[in-house]
Design a binder for this molecule. Structure first.
Ligand SMILES: Nc1ncnc2c1ncn2[C@@H]1O[C@H](COP(=O)(O)OP(=O)(O)OP(=O)(O)O)[C@@H](O)[C@H]1O
Length: 239
């Protein structure tokens, strides 16, 4: 579903991704972990076709990025640091707008269902600029799901959400995974990641230094695996 080979990303003279190899099968839920500045957001932005690779090959569902970005975007849902919503539209107008962008008709049922799922049914007719950050994040999650994407990319999606909203998001993510959709999520919340994901990849200084399926984690759990991964020397791709 996602195939990344020897991906390099430079900003001017600064190399942020240094030869990332990353392969995700359909239905996997990958938690992408790593310290601040490791390159997680940069990597996710390239998968989301919001940034271009400097070198290397990126394919999503067989489509090459950036050349086939339009086809990729049809199949992707993205929750990033920016909610990408229109403040002067209501919650339901935002979802309708994005639904129409994806060429969907007869959106009434879908919009109502999503607003209920993200806990905004009662605020559906309010302008988004009157929403708190957490409420905007909830709606951004609804926006990312409107077209039932094959792949969901989430960059620290729990940030800014209250306890109820975090649990609501976890339920949505479990449902999405149960339906066979593919998920890649960055997170600093190891307990939450361990609870949700089926695989854990650790990015450090622009390289994936460790990867393990949930069943292959050590008995001490994800924290121990993570710490070990950051202590180990970079295994591949170091330029
Ligand atoms: N547009 C840009 N121009 C220059 N440098 C950038 C740009 N975007 C990101 N970087 C640099 O790339 C490096 C990786 O940043 P990135 O945001 O991808 O890390 P991250 O792993 O997501 O970090 P965090 O956990 O803090 O969110 C950082 O050193 C950052 O300063």
């Amino acid at each position: 579903m996602i195939e990344v080979r020897r991906l390099v990303k430079r900003f001017g003279l600064k190399t942020v991704l240094r030869g990332v190899d990353f392969h995700v099968e359909q239905g996997e839920f990958v938690a992408l972990l790593g310290p601040n500045g490791a390159g997680k957001t940069t990597f996710l932005r390239i998968l989301a076709s919001l940034a271009r690779p400097t070198l290397g090959e990126v394919r999503i569902n067989g489509y090459l990025l950036p050349q086939q970005a339009a086809a990729v975007r049809q199949r992707l849902g993205v929750v990033s640091h920016l909610p990408l919503l229109y403040g002067d539209l209501t919650a339901e107008e935002n979802l309708r707008f994005y639904g129409r962008l994806y060429g969907l008709d007869g959106l009434d049922g879908r919009v109502s269902e999503l607003l209920a799922r993200v806990g905004l049914a009662e605020r559906r007719r309010d302008l988004v600029r009157t929403f708190s950050r957490g409420m905007q994040q909830r709606l951004a999650i609804g926006r990312a799901l409107i077209h039932q994407p094959d792949v969901l990319l989430l960059d620290e999606p729990h940030t800014g959400l209250d306890q109820d909203a975090c649990e609501m998001l976890d339920t949505i993510l479990r449902d999405v995974a149960a339906q066979g959709q593919t998920v890649v999520m960055t997170s600093h919340d190891l307990a939450r990641a361990e609870d949700l994901a089926t695989r854990f990849d650790v990015l450090s200084r622009g390289v994936i230094v460790a990867s393990a399926a949930a069943q292959a984690l050590p008995p001490e759990g994800l924290l121990s695996f993570y710490r070990q991964a950051l202590r180990a020397p970079a295994q591949k791709g170091a330029a």
